[in-house]
Design a protein around this ligand. Structure first.
Ligand code: CA2
Length: 146
């Protein structure tokens, strides 16, 4: 059981195949590898999961309680639509950092709203794959201090 969970939502398994101008050229496997290495350098283990299914993401969040000290979540398009995901985050006593590759606030108006931001510890968006690395640093620093 790893200390932290990196959870990616719908279509993020397609990274590196299209729209590199928006999402970068790295695949999800590349990003996960870099995140595991970054966490390890800080003395932490990271589990990486991805699902295209809302219910599976909700299950993973519920299971994080008692298993992980924190979660880094890119909920993909569910960010903008899912009250259920928001309720799942609110239902667990585990800090969750919301991450996005792109700057959702600089894109189409329907991406400006995040259903999950009010229940997340914080949001990091717009730095490409670096958003995940910044989130690891923020989460570990938060957990180690609390
Ligand atoms: O910027 C992000 O990280 C997003 O969470 C990515 C989502 C998008 O719906 C959010 O608004 C912002 C999209 C996931 C990836 O979609 C792809 C589309 C084309 C090619 C590869 C991935």
């Amino acid at each position: 059981m790893a200390d932290y969970l990196l959870l990616n939502g719908p279509n993020l398994n397609r990274l590196g195949q299209r729209e590199p101008d928006i999402y970068g050229a790295q695949t999800l496997a590349d990003i996960e590898k870099a995140c595991r290495a970054h966490a390890k350098a800080r003395g932490a283990d990271l589990d990486c999961r991805q699902s295209n299914h809302e219910g599976a993401l909700i299950d993973a969040l519920h299971e994080a309680e008692g298993r992980h000290k924190g979660v880094i979540l890119n909920a993909g398009a569910f960010t903008h639509t899912s009250v259920a995901l928001r309720d799942a985050i609110a239902s667990i006593d585990v800090p969750v950092i919301e991450v996005h590759l792109s700057n959702i606030h600089a894109r189409e108006p329907f991406r400006h709203q995040s259903m999950i931001a009010p229940v997340a510890l914080g949001q990091i968006a717009g730095f490409g794959a670096l958003s995940y690395i910044l989130a690891i640093d923020a989460l570990l620093s938060f957990v180690e201090k609390s």
